[in-house]
Each structure stands twice: as C-alpha cells, then as structure tokens.
Design a protein around this ligand. Structure first.
Ligand code: DX5
Ligand code: ZN
Length: 214
C-alpha cells in the first residue's frame, strides 16, 4: 500500500476549494502543491497565496513541490501549520545542503527532487539528511504527461540504498502516475504516489484513489 498525494495542478482552478474538499473527504494522505516559476520550468502555476487560501479547507497536510530557481528566499512563504514537506530540486539549488538545513530550521520535513535525466548518484551525499526523495517521472512543468520508465529503476536504486545504509527517507514519484502503473511503482519501493490527472480528471475519484494506493 502506498500513500497518495493528489496534485492540485489538475484541479479546476475556478472551483479549487470544492475540488480539494472533495478529495479530502474521500481520504488522501497529502495534498501536492506544484509551484512553478516560469524559469526553472517552462510554465507558471501559482504561489503561496493560493496554497494558503486552502488553509481551513484542506484536511490533508501540504506536500509542497517547488519547481523554482533559488528557492531559499521563498521557503518561509510556504510554511503553514499544514505544511508537512517542502521539496526543492537538486538541479535548482547551488548549495543543496544549506537549503535542506534551511527547510529543517523552519520545522518542516525536507525533500529533494530529481528530474528524469538526473541520476540518483548525485544525491549520494545528501541522502543521510533528507526526509524524502521525489523521483520525477515526467519533465516538470505540466500535468498530464506520459510516464518516463527510467523512474522505476531510480526508485529501485533508492530503495536499495536506504536498506543498505539504514536511511529512513521516503520515496515519492511524480508525473504520469495512475491506476495503470501504481502497482509497479509500489513494488519498486515507492511510498508516496503523486497523481494529478489520474485523480482530479477521473470519472470516479474514489475508485482512482483506491486503485493507486493499492
Ligand atoms: C509536473 C508536476 C506534477 C504533475 C502531476 O511538473 O510536478 O505534480 O503535474 O500531474 P500528472 O499526474 O497529471 O502527471
Ligand atoms: Zn509535483
């Protein structure tokens, strides 16, 4: 069984609160907050004000995914009583260890994300300090893209490393995940499955969530 983190990127933004309440009522583990700056990724989504508008509506903790250059100056903005994780991209941080320390100093769990073309090996010296590794299974920037299979291999590698070294970070996958590949993702060692399209665009959201969690 995996945890699920529906991405609000696939909500109908004109009725964001209703969509979020709907999935929280069904039962989810985290609410995935995709923040894009138009620089690190070729798209702009929304900032912390939109996330905070859900305070009091979202019954699930926030899993914040920052797809932004130099996130250090903005980290504080995303800290609320409801923020469980803040994840930054390895590719966007010049001093990744400092950024991870900064997130921890705010009382929030720290995640590090890697793009499809980034190998697990670059994380060797940060894995002992992170609470989560987010394996991107699409190139970040847009919802509704096709799953890139190299992510499965990376999840296996990370699972092996944490077993061998005794680390306790969680493994999350993000992009193109749904009922069709959730079983393989869980078998590879994935703990948290992010799903945007597969949840919010589903005819039956409850069924989609149940099938993804396994
Ligand atoms: C991609 C985002 C993902 C994505 C998930 O840049 O980080 O969270 O929107 O959406 P689906 O599940 O539709 O691929
Ligand atoms: Zn995401």
């Amino acid at each position: 069984m995996a945890q699920i983190a529906p991405s609000i990127l696939s909500c109908d933004f004109a009725r964001l609160g209703e969509d979020v309440k709907d999935v929280c009522d069904i039962g989810i583990d985290y609410l995935h907050i995709d923040v894009m700056d138009g620089a690190f990724v070729p798209n702009i989504s929304f900032g912390s004000a939109v996330m905070k508008s859900l305070n009091g509506i979202a019954a699930a903790p926030y899993d914040v995914h920052l797809m932004i250059e130099n996130p250090d100056n903005l980290l504080e903005d995303f800290v609320t009583d409801n923020t469980a994780f803040i994840t930054v991209h390895q590719e966007a941080c010049r001093h990744l260890n400092r950024t991870v320390q900064h997130i921890h100093s705010l009382g929030v769990k720290a995640g590090v994300a890697i793009n499809p073309a980034t190998p697990v090996s670059v994380l060797e010296n940060i894995l002992c300090d992170v609470d989560m590794v987010l394996v991107m299974s699409v190139n970040p920037g847009f919802g509704g893209q096709k799953f890139i299979p190299v992510a499965l291999d990376k999840i296996c590698q990370l699972d092996e490393i944490r077993k061998t070294k005794g680390y306790d970070f969680l493994i999350e996958v993000d992009g193109g995940a749904g009922a069709g590949n959730a079983e393989a993702l869980r078998a590879a060692g994935c703990d948290i499955i992010v799903a945007g399209t597969a949840v919010f665009k589903a005819a039956d959201r409850k069924e989609a969530i149940t099938l993804i969690k396994g």
